[in-house]
Design a protein around this ligand. Sequence first.
Ligand code: ADP
Ligand code: MG
Length: 565
Amino acid sequence: TATAETRKFEAEVAQVLHLVTHSLYSHKEIFLRELISNASDACDKLRFESIANPDLLAGDSELHIDVSWDKAARTVTIRDTGIGMTRDDVVANIGTIASSGTRRFLEAMSGEQKADARLIGQFGVGFYSAFVVADRVTVLTRHAGASPESGVKWESDGRGEYSLEDVTLPERGTTVVLHLKADEDEFLDGWKLRSLVTKYSDHVSFPIRMPKDARAPAEGEDAPADAAPEWETANDASALWTKSKSDISDADYQNFYKALGHDFNDAAAWTHNRVEGSQSFTTLLYLPSQPPFDLMMGGRDERKGLKLYIKRVFVMDAAEELLPNYLRFVRGVVDADDLPLNVSRELLQHNRQLDRIKGACVKRVLDLIEKLARDEPEKFTAFYKAFGNTLKEGIVEDATNRERIAQLLRFASTKGDGAAQTVSLDDYVGRMPVGQDTIWYITADGHKAAAGSPQLEAFRAKDIEVLLMFDRIDEWMLGSLHEYAGKPMKNVAKGELPLDEADKAKQAEAATAAAPLVERIKRLLGDRVGDVRVSARLTDSPSCLALADYEMAPHLARLLREAGQ
Ligand code: ADP
Ligand code: MG
């Protein structure tokens, strides 16, 4: 039968492979984490699907992952008893790269600010890391529920082509065999492999088994290679979030985060809670310390954010259902006891119980950020640098928590430290002199433009602090932030300056004296301006443009014009 064929990789796959092999050379070991992560995903999928269809587990209800090696054949093998793939699955998942992740990965790796290749798993192309250490990769796979004859063998040297063949496989699941490159012998070592499993995959919730003698052989002794292996579990294999906090070390939390987020940086902070009651659930939520690449590129990574478990069974990645968009940088796990296991994404979107969980998640995350701001200012500064602008979206998006979010924001200010965004609204309000009732700010498209604006002269002269807002998102955000702590927030380019009685008299006098001049300017400018007025805004400059209360800030108007609006 014509079951064997050779196909070409799509051009983009070839590019990914090239990039991966040339940028991961100093972090080769990532391949093991990525392949174990895929094996774990496959076990998760089978466990979930077998709830509705127990026959899928036929004959073998044990879900596990085996890691082994063969010195003579120079191979490392990762095998799982998970969901497996059909021939079509194989073509779709690892032959073609139809996934949007491919393009995003290529962009991120060649962009101005290059992504670290170790983030490969965040882009959904982790499988290809196999070719960092292997010059040939064989995948043997059989979908759960399919007959032994419907096995598939996929093989490639990672250059331009791959081959496909129908094979008979006695067991379901997937086996990935890495034929190591000539200089990758270090991975033919049980001790090395075991240490990588512990380092990267300790908290995978399925047993990762290794041959029993996966320990360092004694001096001058070879590990027994040919005996049929006796397996032992090499990882912790428990669902970390189900343990009690006192049994979990910081290192455990960090390792779990790294595996979960395909990140290599530590998390900035986390919060782990169990809610008992009419509705019980556990949340373990992390703030990353670096933005995931996807976020920086303006996208939303739905897949790798928050995992929803129901009674310990992984159900789906549900970042969108569990957290509002402005908290999309949060990573973690939510495990609910009371949701039906057959819940669908559609159902989740209109589920009362889930609304409660979502509310709890938002509260936990805001608590966590507040705590970071209060107790660990340095970490908070780094966090804010990475995610501050994302947080600002919450001012518009989340009216309920607007004040809490506003409290977390930091700005540059005329009384702050140059362009550094370190002044909170509480700092500002705390130093408002008696008699000042307004929070003043200026918007511009850069710190220089804001700090150098003539609009600030009168405020400087009167020693009134002005917040300098120059992030792209600020103008939009301010459209929803009209007051803080009961004080109105106003743009210095709009509205009237605060004047005392003496000022008012002086201004009236100046206005009378300048009346003929004003008339003349009005005549000259005609309808190019709305009005010409004597103002108390300026102390040094002769004139400036001001806005009526209803008008748009000039740089925003310019932005909109540029965008063709
Ligand atoms: P991601 O895991 O983020 O989807 P990968 O490149 O790691 O990206 O894997 C691509 C796809 O290949 C997976 O989504 C899955 O469909 C399939 N796959 C990879 N490994 C396995 C496996 N061990 N069992 C079943 N499917 C797998
Ligand atoms: Mg993967």
